[in-house]
Design a binder for this molecule. Structure first.
Ligand code: HPA
Length: 277
Protein backbone atom coordinates (compact mmCIF):
# COMPACT_ATOMS: atom_id res chain seq x y z
CA UNK A 1 0.00 0.00 0.00
CA UNK A 2 1.28 3.43 -1.00
CA UNK A 3 2.28 5.90 1.72
CA UNK A 4 -0.15 8.79 2.12
CA UNK A 5 2.26 11.56 1.18
CA UNK A 6 3.46 9.60 -1.81
CA UNK A 7 -0.13 9.20 -2.99
CA UNK A 8 -0.92 12.90 -2.55
CA UNK A 9 2.25 13.80 -4.46
CA UNK A 10 1.30 11.51 -7.33
CA UNK A 11 -2.19 12.99 -7.40
CA UNK A 12 -0.75 16.53 -7.59
CA UNK A 13 1.63 15.49 -10.36
CA UNK A 14 -1.26 14.03 -12.39
CA UNK A 15 -3.38 17.12 -11.76
CA UNK A 16 -0.58 19.45 -12.90
CA UNK A 17 -0.06 17.39 -16.06
CA UNK A 18 -3.76 17.63 -16.92
CA UNK A 19 -4.36 21.30 -16.16
CA UNK A 20 -1.41 22.16 -18.37
CA UNK A 21 -3.16 20.47 -21.32
CA UNK A 22 -6.79 21.27 -20.58
CA UNK A 23 -8.30 24.73 -20.28
CA UNK A 24 -11.76 23.82 -19.07
CA UNK A 25 -12.60 22.94 -15.46
CA UNK A 26 -14.85 19.90 -15.56
CA UNK A 27 -18.03 20.19 -13.45
CA UNK A 28 -19.11 16.63 -14.04
CA UNK A 29 -17.32 13.32 -14.44
CA UNK A 30 -18.69 10.48 -16.55
CA UNK A 31 -17.42 6.90 -16.45
CA UNK A 32 -18.39 5.03 -19.59
CA UNK A 33 -18.89 1.28 -19.29
CA UNK A 34 -18.35 -1.46 -21.88
CA UNK A 35 -19.58 -0.51 -25.34
CA UNK A 36 -20.84 2.91 -24.21
CA UNK A 37 -17.87 4.90 -25.42
CA UNK A 38 -19.98 6.56 -28.15
CA UNK A 39 -20.81 9.30 -25.65
CA UNK A 40 -17.49 10.97 -26.44
CA UNK A 41 -18.77 11.79 -29.96
CA UNK A 42 -21.12 14.29 -28.30
CA UNK A 43 -18.31 16.11 -26.51
CA UNK A 44 -17.34 19.39 -28.12
CA UNK A 45 -14.07 21.33 -27.91
CA UNK A 46 -12.49 18.00 -27.00
CA UNK A 47 -9.13 17.45 -25.42
CA UNK A 48 -8.31 13.72 -25.47
CA UNK A 49 -5.57 12.27 -23.29
CA UNK A 50 -4.76 8.54 -23.64
CA UNK A 51 -4.25 6.86 -20.30
CA UNK A 52 -0.70 5.81 -21.26
CA UNK A 53 0.29 9.47 -21.41
CA UNK A 54 -1.05 10.40 -17.99
CA UNK A 55 1.50 10.16 -15.19
CA UNK A 56 0.51 7.63 -12.51
CA UNK A 57 -2.46 6.27 -14.46
CA UNK A 58 -2.79 2.50 -14.78
CA UNK A 59 -3.13 1.23 -18.38
CA UNK A 60 -6.35 -0.43 -19.59
CA UNK A 61 -6.07 -3.95 -21.04
CA UNK A 62 -9.56 -5.19 -21.87
CA UNK A 63 -10.98 -5.28 -25.41
CA UNK A 64 -13.84 -2.87 -25.99
CA UNK A 65 -12.11 -0.32 -23.77
CA UNK A 66 -10.27 2.48 -25.47
CA UNK A 67 -8.52 3.98 -22.49
CA UNK A 68 -8.58 7.74 -22.59
CA UNK A 69 -9.79 10.79 -20.69
CA UNK A 70 -11.91 13.10 -22.79
CA UNK A 71 -12.43 16.68 -21.63
CA UNK A 72 -14.86 19.10 -23.24
CA UNK A 73 -18.41 20.44 -23.28
CA UNK A 74 -21.75 18.69 -23.54
CA UNK A 75 -24.69 21.05 -24.16
CA UNK A 76 -22.74 23.82 -22.46
CA UNK A 77 -21.67 21.81 -19.40
CA UNK A 78 -18.02 21.00 -18.84
CA UNK A 79 -17.20 17.31 -18.47
CA UNK A 80 -14.42 14.81 -18.16
CA UNK A 81 -15.29 11.36 -19.47
CA UNK A 82 -13.40 8.16 -18.84
CA UNK A 83 -13.62 6.14 -22.03
CA UNK A 84 -12.73 2.79 -20.58
CA UNK A 85 -12.28 2.05 -16.89
CA UNK A 86 -9.95 -0.08 -14.82
CA UNK A 87 -11.38 -3.28 -13.39
CA UNK A 88 -10.40 -5.03 -10.19
CA UNK A 89 -10.42 -8.34 -12.12
CA UNK A 90 -7.63 -7.10 -14.36
CA UNK A 91 -5.40 -7.33 -11.31
CA UNK A 92 -5.27 -3.66 -10.36
CA UNK A 93 -5.46 -2.70 -6.73
CA UNK A 94 -8.58 -0.90 -5.55
CA UNK A 95 -6.41 2.27 -5.31
CA UNK A 96 -5.46 1.97 -8.98
CA UNK A 97 -9.03 1.23 -10.07
CA UNK A 98 -10.22 4.41 -8.37
CA UNK A 99 -7.25 6.68 -9.08
CA UNK A 100 -9.08 8.45 -11.94
CA UNK A 101 -11.93 9.39 -9.58
CA UNK A 102 -9.39 10.97 -7.21
CA UNK A 103 -7.98 12.87 -10.17
CA UNK A 104 -11.49 14.10 -11.00
CA UNK A 105 -11.91 15.17 -7.38
CA UNK A 106 -8.74 17.28 -7.36
CA UNK A 107 -9.72 18.77 -10.73
CA UNK A 108 -12.85 20.12 -9.03
CA UNK A 109 -15.46 17.65 -10.29
CA UNK A 110 -18.46 17.70 -7.94
CA UNK A 111 -20.74 15.15 -9.58
CA UNK A 112 -20.18 11.78 -11.20
CA UNK A 113 -22.29 9.73 -13.60
CA UNK A 114 -21.19 6.09 -13.53
CA UNK A 115 -22.37 3.64 -16.16
CA UNK A 116 -21.87 -0.08 -16.59
CA UNK A 117 -23.03 -3.24 -18.25
CA UNK A 118 -24.69 -5.58 -15.78
CA UNK A 119 -26.43 -8.91 -15.54
CA UNK A 120 -30.11 -8.73 -14.65
CA UNK A 121 -31.13 -10.67 -11.55
CA UNK A 122 -34.56 -9.09 -11.08
CA UNK A 123 -36.89 -11.14 -13.30
CA UNK A 124 -38.80 -7.96 -14.22
CA UNK A 125 -35.74 -6.79 -16.17
CA UNK A 126 -35.01 -7.52 -19.84
CA UNK A 127 -31.73 -7.36 -21.73
CA UNK A 128 -31.47 -3.84 -23.09
CA UNK A 129 -33.16 -2.18 -20.09
CA UNK A 130 -31.48 0.85 -18.52
CA UNK A 131 -31.73 0.76 -14.72
CA UNK A 132 -31.04 3.57 -12.25
CA UNK A 133 -28.85 2.26 -9.45
CA UNK A 134 -30.38 3.16 -6.08
CA UNK A 135 -27.89 1.34 -3.87
CA UNK A 136 -25.16 -1.25 -4.00
CA UNK A 137 -23.85 -4.33 -2.25
CA UNK A 138 -20.08 -4.62 -2.19
CA UNK A 139 -19.21 -8.31 -2.68
CA UNK A 140 -15.71 -7.64 -4.00
CA UNK A 141 -14.01 -8.54 -0.74
CA UNK A 142 -12.04 -5.31 -0.66
CA UNK A 143 -12.60 -1.59 -0.20
CA UNK A 144 -10.67 1.20 -1.92
CA UNK A 145 -10.53 3.13 1.36
CA UNK A 146 -8.73 0.34 3.23
CA UNK A 147 -5.51 1.67 4.74
CA UNK A 148 -4.59 5.04 6.15
CA UNK A 149 -7.28 7.64 5.55
CA UNK A 150 -6.35 10.52 3.27
CA UNK A 151 -7.97 13.14 5.45
CA UNK A 152 -7.39 15.91 2.88
CA UNK A 153 -9.64 13.97 0.53
CA UNK A 154 -12.42 12.82 2.84
CA UNK A 155 -13.46 11.30 6.19
CA UNK A 156 -12.25 8.02 7.73
CA UNK A 157 -15.77 6.56 7.89
CA UNK A 158 -17.78 8.02 5.03
CA UNK A 159 -21.56 7.70 5.08
CA UNK A 160 -23.02 5.73 2.17
CA UNK A 161 -26.66 6.03 3.12
CA UNK A 162 -27.19 8.09 -0.03
CA UNK A 163 -24.37 6.70 -2.09
CA UNK A 164 -26.53 7.34 -5.15
CA UNK A 165 -27.94 10.83 -4.62
CA UNK A 166 -31.71 10.76 -4.09
CA UNK A 167 -32.38 14.15 -5.66
CA UNK A 168 -30.36 13.19 -8.72
CA UNK A 169 -32.24 9.90 -9.03
CA UNK A 170 -35.54 11.75 -8.92
CA UNK A 171 -34.34 14.26 -11.50
CA UNK A 172 -32.98 11.44 -13.62
CA UNK A 173 -36.40 9.78 -13.75
CA UNK A 174 -37.92 13.02 -15.08
CA UNK A 175 -35.09 13.49 -17.58
CA UNK A 176 -35.46 9.87 -18.71
CA UNK A 177 -39.15 10.41 -19.51
CA UNK A 178 -38.22 13.46 -21.57
CA UNK A 179 -35.99 11.29 -23.75
CA UNK A 180 -38.63 8.56 -23.94
CA UNK A 181 -37.31 5.98 -21.51
CA UNK A 182 -38.84 4.67 -18.31
CA UNK A 183 -36.09 3.18 -16.19
CA UNK A 184 -36.72 1.00 -13.16
CA UNK A 185 -34.49 1.38 -10.12
CA UNK A 186 -32.35 -1.40 -8.71
CA UNK A 187 -29.63 -2.53 -6.34
CA UNK A 188 -26.27 -3.38 -7.90
CA UNK A 189 -24.11 -6.14 -6.44
CA UNK A 190 -20.43 -5.92 -7.33
CA UNK A 191 -18.46 -9.14 -7.67
CA UNK A 192 -14.73 -9.26 -8.29
CA UNK A 193 -15.02 -11.42 -11.44
CA UNK A 194 -13.72 -12.16 -14.02
CA UNK A 195 -15.75 -15.36 -14.17
CA UNK A 196 -19.46 -14.76 -14.43
CA UNK A 197 -21.39 -15.86 -11.37
CA UNK A 198 -22.64 -19.37 -10.78
CA UNK A 199 -26.42 -19.87 -10.70
CA UNK A 200 -26.13 -20.55 -6.94
CA UNK A 201 -24.33 -17.25 -6.44
CA UNK A 202 -27.06 -15.47 -8.38
CA UNK A 203 -29.76 -17.09 -6.20
CA UNK A 204 -27.76 -15.90 -3.17
CA UNK A 205 -27.49 -12.34 -4.56
CA UNK A 206 -31.21 -12.30 -5.30
CA UNK A 207 -31.93 -13.44 -1.75
CA UNK A 208 -29.83 -10.66 -0.23
CA UNK A 209 -31.66 -8.05 -2.30
CA UNK A 210 -29.64 -7.50 -5.46
CA UNK A 211 -31.35 -6.70 -8.76
CA UNK A 212 -28.21 -6.37 -10.87
CA UNK A 213 -24.76 -7.88 -10.85
CA UNK A 214 -21.53 -6.58 -12.29
CA UNK A 215 -17.79 -6.32 -11.83
CA UNK A 216 -17.24 -2.58 -11.55
CA UNK A 217 -18.69 0.71 -10.31
CA UNK A 218 -18.74 0.12 -6.54
CA UNK A 219 -15.06 1.04 -5.98
CA UNK A 220 -15.47 4.27 -7.95
CA UNK A 221 -18.72 5.11 -6.18
CA UNK A 222 -17.16 4.59 -2.74
CA UNK A 223 -14.29 6.94 -3.62
CA UNK A 224 -16.60 9.54 -5.17
CA UNK A 225 -18.70 9.56 -1.99
CA UNK A 226 -15.59 9.79 0.18
CA UNK A 227 -14.55 12.79 -1.92
CA UNK A 228 -17.93 14.48 -1.41
CA UNK A 229 -19.27 14.04 -4.93
CA UNK A 230 -22.87 13.41 -5.84
CA UNK A 231 -23.25 10.19 -7.79
CA UNK A 232 -25.71 8.88 -10.34
CA UNK A 233 -25.35 5.27 -11.49
CA UNK A 234 -26.92 3.64 -14.53
CA UNK A 235 -26.70 0.01 -15.55
CA UNK A 236 -27.45 -1.38 -18.97
CA UNK A 237 -28.83 -4.88 -18.51
CA UNK A 238 -26.81 -6.66 -21.18
CA UNK A 239 -27.91 -10.18 -20.25
CA UNK A 240 -29.92 -12.00 -17.64
CA UNK A 241 -27.61 -13.31 -14.91
CA UNK A 242 -26.57 -16.97 -14.74
CA UNK A 243 -29.42 -19.38 -14.05
CA UNK A 244 -32.20 -16.78 -14.50
CA UNK A 245 -32.85 -18.11 -18.01
CA UNK A 246 -31.96 -21.55 -19.34
CA UNK A 247 -29.24 -20.22 -21.58
CA UNK A 248 -25.53 -19.66 -21.26
CA UNK A 249 -23.76 -16.31 -20.84
CA UNK A 250 -21.13 -14.90 -23.12
CA UNK A 251 -19.08 -11.76 -23.35
CA UNK A 252 -20.28 -11.55 -26.98
CA UNK A 253 -23.93 -11.25 -25.79
CA UNK A 254 -22.90 -8.56 -23.31
CA UNK A 255 -21.16 -6.52 -26.03
CA UNK A 256 -24.01 -7.04 -28.54
CA UNK A 257 -26.65 -5.73 -26.15
CA UNK A 258 -24.47 -2.81 -25.07
CA UNK A 259 -24.02 -1.89 -28.74
CA UNK A 260 -27.72 -2.24 -29.49
CA UNK A 261 -28.62 0.17 -26.67
CA UNK A 262 -25.66 2.51 -27.04
CA UNK A 263 -27.49 5.28 -28.96
CA UNK A 264 -30.32 5.46 -26.41
CA UNK A 265 -27.89 5.25 -23.50
CA UNK A 266 -25.74 8.03 -24.94
CA UNK A 267 -28.76 10.28 -25.46
CA UNK A 268 -29.84 9.67 -21.87
CA UNK A 269 -26.39 10.47 -20.45
CA UNK A 270 -26.24 13.63 -22.56
CA UNK A 271 -29.61 14.77 -21.17
CA UNK A 272 -28.45 13.89 -17.66
CA UNK A 273 -25.30 15.98 -17.96
CA UNK A 274 -27.39 18.90 -19.14
CA UNK A 275 -30.02 18.46 -16.43
CA UNK A 276 -27.83 17.60 -13.45
CA UNK A 277 -24.65 19.67 -13.89
N1 HPA B 1 -22.33 -10.76 -14.33
C1 HPA B 1 -21.33 -9.93 -13.97
N2 HPA B 1 -20.97 -8.89 -14.69
C2 HPA B 1 -21.64 -8.63 -15.81
C3 HPA B 1 -22.69 -9.45 -16.26
C4 HPA B 1 -23.06 -10.57 -15.46
O1 HPA B 1 -23.98 -11.33 -15.79
N3 HPA B 1 -23.15 -8.91 -17.42
C5 HPA B 1 -22.40 -7.82 -17.67
N4 HPA B 1 -21.47 -7.64 -16.70
Amino acid sequence: MMREQEFMDKLSETRRFIIEKVNIEPQMGVILGSGLGGFVDLIEDKVVIPYQEIPNFPVSTVEGHKGQLVFGKVLGKTVVAMQGRFHFYEGYSMQSVTFPVRVMQVLGVSGLIVTNAAGGINPAYRPGDLILIKDHINMMGDNPLRGANLSNLGPRFPDLSEGYDLEWRQKALTIAREVGIHPQEGIYAAMSGPSYESPAEIRFLRTIGADLVGMSTVPEVIIANHGGMRVLGISCVTNMAAGILSQRLSHAEVMETAERIEKQFVRFVQALVKGLA
